[in-house]
Design a protein. Structure first.
Length: 94
């Protein structure tokens, strides 16, 4: 296996992990109640659906290791590790 084949394999694995993460955040955001977002003082559901949707699209259109791809991952991680747990607390579901 040459270095280029290895690099392509690693990039493909990273792309898959990032894509799954972004799509998971988007789908979870769609499933949440609309009134839960203002209740945890984190903007509106519409904004988070747009942000996570754009994040999911960045994985399909742009290089996952480029600045736009990394920004999409950051949005998804913020949603999954900050917004989602707060919403789960007030709605008592994961």
């Amino acid at each position: 296996m040459s270095f280029i084949e290895f690099q392509v394999g690693v990039t493909l694995i990273i792309w898959i992990v990032f894509a799954v993460l972004k799509v998971w955040a988007f789908i979870d955001c769609l499933r949440q109640r609309t009134d839960a977002f203002p209740a945890v003082q984190r903007q509106t559901k519409t904004l988070w659906v747009i942000l996570t949707g754009i994040a999911a699209l960045t994985g399909l259109v742009f290089d996952p290791l480029g600045i736009v791809g990394i920004a999409g991952v950051v949005v998804a991680l913020i949603y999954l590790f900050e917004i989602k747990p707060r919403i789960a607390e007030i709605t008592s579901r994961y």
